[in-house]
Design a binder for this molecule. Structure first.
Ligand SMILES: [Zn+2]
Length: 422
């Protein structure tokens, strides 16, 4: 469905033509900066999919006006696809007549575009409800409310029921990851990540088979951290359920491998969100994933040198006061240094490129509000001391999306350490 809106800025009265391609997703957010006065104008269009009608339009800082020919800019929004960045209004622009859907059919073929659309519909209509149910099960698991936990596990078919009179035997630690991943499973399967998770499990098991005592010691030393991390990581999954809709074009493109961000970033972007809306999700992910790096370091030391306390040479030279994992937890508080540990070696690289996803410069720049944003280009400049990092919004959204996979890898690592005494 193509929705044409004409909006007038409430500050400067500048008028734009907003063309929303609403595909198969109920909630279609958009965000842009007024090309004249620069204020943020955002809102959403809520669709009633079963009736194919608009349920509600919501605009903040702008009002809808009747069709207007005197507009300064054309903005194309799609909840499913990358679209051109804001451009001056040109009545002969073919994009006025073709939807992003059609443009995608031309570029990527009808079949892929159709698959994407069906995927979008299934994923978006289930992920929130599934997550709510599974979060409920997660709470029962953490609080060890076995009776209710088992009842929910049976109700939602995570375990099979037993005949009356028999005792239900469930390894809750075993089933809980399935529960947590279920809302995202269609995504994890589509982009091939699910099989990578299974590979990661095999890799971790090999470490345990070779050095069972070391892994067990690590388990004992990290007990408190495991508990904290579990809760924090589930919080990050919850964040993802909130922010995915703002970066859905990025997620769909990555899952279906349709667009190379390097190739499109100059011309195309996403108007479903703005940087302000996304930045704090990145900070949350950075803080939590960095806290979990202790577990990653411990296992890596065991795998590469047979001893959890055996750090690599470079680290030993630079941090002479840290000689064990326990000291690493207490004293290596600088998160940037924790990340740096993996620039020398990273056994998880295939699953989680720690150094490029957890960027201390970006995190600091957000924390200190020392960034700037070029609205037309959708280009963010992060400044951290004398360093400057420039990223397009599509690149930033891609890094943010990668933190979701970092979260899954961290869940695997901590689940492994938690259950390695079995
Ligand atoms: Zn304005």
């Amino acid at each position: 469905m193509n929705i044409n809106c004409f909006l007038e800025c409430e500050v400067c009265e500048n008028k734009i033509h907003l063309k929303v391609y609403a595909g198969y997703v109920e909630f279609n957010p958009f965000s842009y900066y007024c090309p004249e006065c620069g204020i943020t104008i955002d809102g959403h269009i809520l669709l009633n999919l079963s009736h194919g009608i608009i349920d509600r339009k919501f605009f903040n800082n702008a009002k809808e006006i009747p069709r207007e020919s005197n507009v300064s800019h054309l903005l194309q929004v799609s909840s499913d696809f990358f679209t051109d960045k804001i451009s001056g209004y040109n009545p002969t622009n073919p994009k006025l007549f073709f939807s992003p859907y059609m443009m995608n059919v031309v570029k990527h073929g009808g079949e892929t575009t159709q698959l994407k659309a069906s995927f979008a519909e299934i994923f978006t209509s289930n992920v929130q409800t599934d997550f709510n149910i599974n979060h409920r099960i997660w709470q029962l698991y953490k609080k060890k409310k076995t009776k209710y936990l088992n009842a929910q596990l049976i109700k939602y078919k995570f375990v099979a029921p037993v005949i009356l009179g028999q005792v239900l035997k469930v390894d809750h630690d075993d089933v809980i990851l399935d529960v947590l991943y279920k809302p995202f499973k269609i995504l994890l399967k589509q982009n091939g990540y699910y099989s990578e998770i299974l590979d990661l499990r095999k890799e971790l098991k090999k470490i345990k088979d070779k050095y069972p005592d070391q892994v067990l010691q690590l388990h004992l030393e990290l007990k408190e951290l495991i508990n904290d991390m579990e809760n924090s990581l589930v919080h990050l999954l919850e964040n993802f359920v909130e922010f995915y809709k703002f970066i859905f074009p990025t997620i769909l493109s990555s899952a279906f491998k349709t667009d190379d961000i390097e190739e499109i970033k100059n011309q195309q972007g996403i108007l479903t969100t703005n940087f302000e809306q996304l930045k704090n999700y990145y900070v949350d992910a950075y803080e939590i994933l960095c806290s979990g790096l202790v577990g990653f370091v411990g296992l890596q030391n065991i795998k590469l040198r047979g001893d959890r306390n055996s750090f690599h040479d470079e680290y030993r030279k630079s941090a002479k006061n840290i000689t064990s994992i326990v000291e690493f937890i207490d004293k290596a508080n600088n998160k940037g240094n924790r990340v740096k540990y993996f620039s020398t070696e990273n056994i998880y690289n295939k699953f989680f490129d720690i150094c490029s996803i957890l960027n201390n410069g970006i995190r600091n720049s957000i924390g200190h509000y020392s960034y700037s944003y070029d609205t037309d280009q959708q280009l963010i400049t992060f400044k951290d001391k004398s360093d400057e990092i420039k990223l397009y919004l599509v690149e930033f959204s891609d890094i943010l999306y990668e933190t979701f996979y970092g979260t899954i890898v961290s869940l695997e690592v901590f689940h492994f350490i938690k259950t390695c005494n079995k």
